[in-house]
Every structure is written in C-alpha cells, then in structure tokens.
Design a protein around this ligand. Structure first.
Ligand code: COA
Length: 350
C-alpha cells in the first residue's frame, strides 16, 4: 500500500494577546498561580464579530496549501476538527470550504476535542493510502474565548484556553517521508469530567437529578436545546475536573507515545521530537520525565498560546519546523489527550 506524508503545515494566531494579568482584572486569579500550575503566560483571543472558527481555519489552511506547493483547486477533501464551531450545525468544514471556493469536494467535521487533529490525521492517512484522495486538507481551529466563563467560578477552565488554528496537507509519498502509524483511543467512562454539555439533546438523562435540572419533562412534544433553567443555573459553560484530567493525561500520554514507537520497532532514543498536545506545561514536563526525554526532544509553546485544543498540535508542529527544531529525516511523534476521554498518537518520518 502507498504511504502518505504531511506535505505542508500552516497556522494562524489572532493578534490580540491576553495576559494572565488581564484575566486577573476580571476574576480572582493571578499570574503567579497560572504560571505555576500551567506554565501559561499569555494566550490569543480572536476578534469577536469579525473572526470565526472557520475564518481562522482558512488562514491556517492557506499557509499549509502554500507550504505544500499546491493550490486550492488541488485539494480534494477537507477534514475540520473543532469543539468550538461557528454553528451548532452545519459544521465548520463547509463554511471553510465556502470561504476557500472549494465547493463540491467532501467536507468532514470531527469532534474529538484535543485529540481532534491526530484523529483527523489518521482519517486523512487512510484516505490517501487507499488512493481515494491526493490532497487532504486537515484543519484544527478553536474560538474558545467566545464561550468561557469569565467570573471567578470559571477560573480553573478559562485561564487555560486560547484561540488559534493549525492545518496540514496530507499527500501520497514516494520518498522516505511518511506517516508511519496512527493510534486512536477513547474511554467514555469519564465523558462529563471535561465537557460542555449544553446545548444538547441529553435532557439530563445521564444525571439522576438532571431531568428536573433541565426542565425537559415539561415539554411532551418538541422542546429546545437551551432551556430557561440552563440560564438560571448558569449551566452554559465548559466544566472541568482538573485533577482527574491531569491524572489520566499523565498516564495515557506515555502509553500512547510508547505504543507508536514500539509498533514501528523504535525506542525513545530514536525520537527526534515529541509534539504533545499543549494541555498544560506541567503535564508535558511530567511526560518528559517519565519517558526520560531531553529538553530538545519535547516542543512546548503553551506559554504563548495556552491550550488551543484541536489547533494546538498543528500550531506547535508548524512552529517547531519553522524554528529548525525538526529536520528532514527526523522521527516525530504527535501525542494528544483530551475530553472524552480520547487520546491518540501518530509517528511521522519527516
Ligand atoms: N486562579 C486561582 N486559583 C484557582 C484557579 C485560578 N485560575 N483555578 C482554580 N483555583 C483554585 C481552586 O479554586 C482551588 O481552591 P480551593 O483549594 O480554595 O478550593 C485551588 O486553586 C486548587 O484547585 P485544583 O483544581 O485542585 O487545582 P490544581 O492544582 O489541580 O490545578 C489545574 C488546576 C486546572 C491547573 C490542573 O488540575 C490541571 O492542569 N489539570 C489538567 C487540565 C488540562 O490539562 N485540561 C485540558 C486537557 S486537554
């Protein structure tokens, strides 16, 4: 079977920089707390009413297309990963397609949160390897700042997340460059531990007290994804049990990285660069220590951008290449963990 490769990477970060001190003006937090627990110094926020998840994706896609040396007309399939889409439906994939004048080709939206880019890469890899498509555009984009809780109640989540987009073009490879393997996992046991459950169709069904909480039983026919009770309960924000997420992440990251290396007959010493999902600098440092990786084998840029979920890996990957930290022939591992829980890795010969 032919191999596939990443032929070009791109990224986009909104101009507006929001520092930890800026956040401490609106909620009870501090630069010291945020840096000590997460490593984050600042993040970017998109321009409301002008930028959208899909428009940021377009900018990243344009750079990836240029870096791959192709044009929009060459793209034959779109995969769009986000948890903060422009609309509840349709997905952001068709909105990006419209802005890039690529009407007619397929556009797939995937919802795998922080693992979205690696899940998308796996899908693109299979399509290219089977010969179905020749230039898959994969985009991860997030507009978190629109949906965060800026009161002190939301501080554990809000300080972590930032906006941005990343993209890649996946093509057939006839050289050594290749996506060697991808590894996808999920365990829904803890689905709500890191979640944004409203608006949705659940009507409280997963929660013993939920039906009363969401008022759904009052409406025999129809209803609404958003109810008055949700506003009253202020239940329209993301929820995260940080310590539980941390514990799972530091277990699953090393497992999925070793799975990628071992299934290709490599050891940790062969690894040129690990690009972990930029969840939290402490998580990346923990993983680095457990695996015995050196500082120049692990890339981090969360200090500047916070956690950009589906966009974090392609932004970091593109920056690492741009900064000359990844060279032709290097073995690169992408590893992700996030809401679901989902976790995934990809091993790449660059
Ligand atoms: N500023 C100041 N204090 C904060 C705060 C903030 N931004 N966020 C939470 N706190 C407070 C809490 O209210 C709590 O106070 P209390 O002890 O008076 O109740 C205290 O800090 C400790 O909270 P806790 O949630 O136990 O903190 P923590 O040490 O676990 O750190 C995280 C919180 C979120 C930084 C940490 O759990 C984490 O990084 N988890 C993983 C998150 C992640 O990676 N998510 C994305 C996955 S893709």
């Amino acid at each position: 079977m032919p191999k596939s490769k990443i032929a070009g990477l791109g990224y986009y970060l909104p101009e507006k920089i929001v520092t930890n001190d800026d956040l401490s003006q609106v909620m009870d937090t501090s630069d010291e707390w945020i840096q000590e627990r997460t490593g984050i110094k600042e993040r970017r926020y998109a321009e409301k009413h002008k930028e959208t998840t899909s428009s940021m994706g377009v900018k990243a896609a344009e750079m990836a297309i240029a870096n791959a040396g192709i044009t929009n007309e060459d793209v034959d399939f779109i995969i769009f990963a986000t948890l903060s889409p422009d609309y509840y439906f349709p997905g952001s994939g068709v909105l990006l397609q419209r802005q890039m004048n690529m009407q007619g080709i397929g556009a797939l939206d995937i919802r795998n949160q922080c693992s979205g880019f690696v899940y998308g890469l796996s899908i693109a890899d299979q399509f290219v390897k089977t010969g179905m498509y020749k230039n898959v555009l994969l985009v991860g984009s997030e507009f978190h700042s629109m949906g965060l809780d800026y009161s002190t109640r939301g501080r554990n989540v809000t300080v972590i997340f930032g906006d941005g987009a990343g993209a890649a073009i996946i093509q057939p490879s006839d050289g050594d460059e290749a996506i060697l393997s991808t590894h996808l996992h999920a365990d829904g046991t803890n689905a709500e531990v890191l979640s944004y459950i409203n608006p949705g169709s659940h009507g409280g069904a997963h929660d013993p007290e939920g039906q009363e909480k969401y008022e759904y039983p009052d409406q025999e026919f129809g209803g609404a994804f958003i109810t008055q009770k949700m506003w009253e309960n202020e239940d329209l924000y993301p929820h995260m049990e940080g310590p539980t997420v941390f514990k799972f992440a530091v277990k699953k990251f090393p497992e999925v990285i070793m799975e990628a290396l071992q299934s290709n007959g490599y050891t940790i010493d062969d690894l040129g660069m690990l690009i972990p999902h930029q969840a939290n600098l402490r998580i990346s440092q923990f993983v680095q220590r457990i695996l015995g990786l050196s500082d120049d084998q692990v890339f981090s840029n969360i200090q500047k951008y916070g956690n950009t979920t589906a966009a974090s890996i392609p932004i970091a990957f593109a920056e690492a290449v741009e900064q000359g930290k990844i060279k032709k022939g290097d073995l690169v591992c992408l590893a992700a963990f996030g809401s679901g829980f989902t976790w995934a890795s990809a091993l790449i010969r660059w």
